[in-house]
Design a protein around this ligand. Structure first.
Ligand code: PNS
Length: 161
């Protein structure tokens, strides 16, 4: 039986830290579904279509990875995809409390779905979509922190091209 994992997130936008986690998780699972949160109550910089496209382009050439969007409860979506594992990245200690809450709530909602954490490479420990967006918005150089296509999209979004 195929071991399928869901890697959920906002991916607004995808960073090299996310790509690092995807690369690590595909070594452990037969298939990884990157599930992008589509929630109209939350404000995103990029539309769901833009976030999907950026991820698909960044993952071009990788096999056994699927990019999808989801709404509603993550555990319900995981069930529809026959995935019994949720993958999350854990960077510094500051991530711990939120991730702990999320994992325990998901376990409460569906005890058959387990959450596992991967640590990104050290060079990605201090990067996040939010801090990268902030730097990009102010014209900072974020090359090497995001895939090249994402860098271009951020420059366009903030009027630097
Ligand atoms: O990258 P993020 O924004 O930290 O990802 C958060 C995400 C998408 C994993 C989380 O918000 C989520 O799973 N949302 C869907 C609703 C849900 O199931 N929430 C958890 C239990 S209430």
């Amino acid at each position: 039986m195929q071991k399928i994992a869901i890697y959920p997130g906002s991916f607004d936008p995808v960073t090299n830290g996310h790509i690092d986690i995807i690369k690590r998780s595909i070594k452990v699972f037969d298939k990884v579904i990157v599930a992008i949160l589509n929630n109209s109550a939350k404000e995103f910089l990029f539309t769901i279509e833009e976030r999907i496209k950026m991820l698909e382009e960044s993952l071009n050439g990788f096999s056994n990875i699927e990019v999808n969007k989801f709404g509603g409860l993550l555990v319900d979506y995981a069930k529809t995809q026959k995935a019994d594992t949720i993958v999350r990245g854990m960077r510094a200690v500051s991530d711990f409390e939120y991730e702990f809450q999320l994992a325990l709530m998901n376990r409460k909602l569906n005890k058959d779905i387990q959450t596992v954490f991967f640590m990104p490479g050290l060079r990605w420990i201090f990067t996040s979509s939010s801090i990268i967006k902030e730097a990009a918005r102010l014209g900072g150089d974020i090359e090497g922190m995001v895939p090249p296509g994402v860098n271009k999209k951020l420059k366009e979004k903030f009027g630097f091209v």
